[in-house]
Design a protein around this ligand. Structure first.
Ligand code: FES
Ligand code: FE2
Length: 444
């Protein structure tokens, strides 16, 4: 049996042959030569690396701050925490978004609650009632005449943070000299435009404090090598072997075929329950399907293509593989996107403010909804590790992560031994090293 399955690994998967005009490039990119060295474990467990990471990477990169439908109207605001900083994003009268540090210039108080949102005509600090308009300009300073040193001072506005927008998301960069967001994102916007993220709606939003380093989480979603061990339930319908990995400047992706069994799956001759479910979801009647399980993916692609003009999903802009597969992108440093024809599942791995053995895991679920379907902004809920189920697959990952983190703290452990199926991990650490070393990576 094992030999037969091994032979299957050598059978190439049918890949998309045509890409619609303006579609996502699907071809394989040349792999960079990143060597085979161990990635030292100190970066996951040590306060020293955490500090370097903060000073040289977190404060110099563009990161997702939030989503446009959370603050749709002028005066709507939300706060966002990154490391030891708290930020406020506010929708302006001209519908642009401004970002500010959530800190009062008087005595340092936080102006709004952390990880919160609301609507305001002005921001007023709770300590002594200094007040700003929503564009950050100082509006009122009680008993100003008692601050002789501030006579004529015009720099008491909220301290701004750079912002940019793409795909319905707003991004921020703590570096006042940051390159424009679109330069930073490189090829990503062109790759993902066909999915029309800006037209999707947020339908679930959770944050969980996980007991691991933020990179332990990023790594876990940057390889499919762990699927047979951690997620055996996926093998009947997800091909973890024929995964195309591409390094895209400082970002990367892998393309994971869905609705086709893995060569690691023991039953290659009949459709599993999950495959039957995916078939019916796509409008393929299993009773009419006579092909191999391996080829159901192609039948599903054809079925979706046949109704591309009669659906709310932007199928017509996608290549065939995008109708069935997970085009999985990682935007450096911490955004992981599971991208499907109909929906997108976003993970954002944020560092804990003080503890390298903890992190904040944001989970945001987006979907294209029919225009007549009522929609409400989901409540942002926060949890501790293990407090809530995130579904079978993410629970399996979440169970494993603290075990990895603990093991990395062992004196017996040296660092990551990385195989070719884990190339994205090596690439991610190379880019991180470039920031730590002060080398601005080539974003092209
Ligand atoms: S600390 Fe904010 S008004 Fe005094
Ligand atoms: Fe996983």
């Amino acid at each position: 049996m094992a030999a037969a399955l091994d032979a299957l690994k050598g059978v190439p998967l049918v890949r998309v042959e045509t890409t619609p005009p303006g579609g996502t490039p699907a071809g394989k990119y040349a792999d960079p030569d990143l060597g085979t060295k161990i990635i030292p474990k100190e970066r996951y467990v040590g306060a020293e690396f955490m500090k370097l990471e903060w000073e040289r990477m977190w404060t110099r990169t563009w990161q997702i701050g939030g989503r446009h439908e959370v603050i749709p109207e002028p005066g709507d605001w939300m706060s966002h925490e990154i490391g030891t900083e708290s930020l406020i994003f506010v929708r302006q009268a001209d519908m642009s978004i401004k970002g500010f540090f959530n800190v009062c210039p008087h005595r340092g108080n936080r102006i709004v609650e952390k990880d919160a949102s609301g609507s305001a005509a002005a921001f007023k600090c709770g300590y002594h009632h200094w007040e700003w308009t929503t564009d950050g300009a100082l509006h009122n300073l009680p008993d100003r005449e008692t601050f002789p040193q501030l006579a004529g001072c015009t720099t008491l506005g909220l301290k701004p943070v750079s912002t940019g927008e793409w795909g319905g998301f707003f991004f921020f960069n703590l570096d006042p000299d940051a390159e424009p967001l679109m330069d930073y994102l490189g090829e990503i916007p062109a790759h993902l435009a066909p999915y029309e993220f800006e037209n999707q709606k947020l339908i679930d939003w959770k944050t969980i404090e996980w007991d691991c380093n933020w990179k332990t989480s990023v790594d876990a979603f940057n390889e499919a090598y762990h699927v047979p061990a951690i997620h055996p339930e996926l093998l009947s319908w997800l091909d973890n072997w024929n995964v195309q990995i591409d390094c895209l400047g400082i970002h990367n992706r892998y393309l994971v075929p869905f609705t086709t069994p893995s060569p690691h799956y023991h039953e290659q001759s009949k459709l599993s329950g999950e495959m039957l479910f995916f078939a019916s979801l796509a409008g393929v009647d299993p009773a009419d399907y006579e092909g191999r399980p391996r080829d159901l993916r192609l039948a599903i692609q054809r079925a979706k293509r046949a109704r591309q003009d009669d659906t709310i999903y932007p199928y017509r802009r996608m290549n065939d593989d995008q109708l069935s597969d997970d085009y999985h992108y990682m935007i450096f440093p911490n955004a992981t996107m599971n991208v499907y024809g109909e929906a997108m599942l976003l993970f954002v791995s944020r560092p804990h403010p003080t503890d390298p053995n903890k992190m904040l895991f944001d989970l945001m679920n987006f979907a294209h909804l029919p225009p007549d379907q009522p929609w409400q902004l989901p409540e942002h809920q926060t949890y501790k590790h293990g407090q809530i189920s995130l579904g079978l697959v993410l629970d399996q990952d979440a169970y494993n992560l603290p075990r990895v983190q603990e093991g990395m703290n062992s004196r017996a452990y040296e660092g990551l031994i990385i195989g070719t199926q884990e190339l994205r991990i090596r690439h991610f650490h190379k880019i991180l090293d470039d920031y730590i070393d002060g080398v601005r990576p080539d974003h092209a």
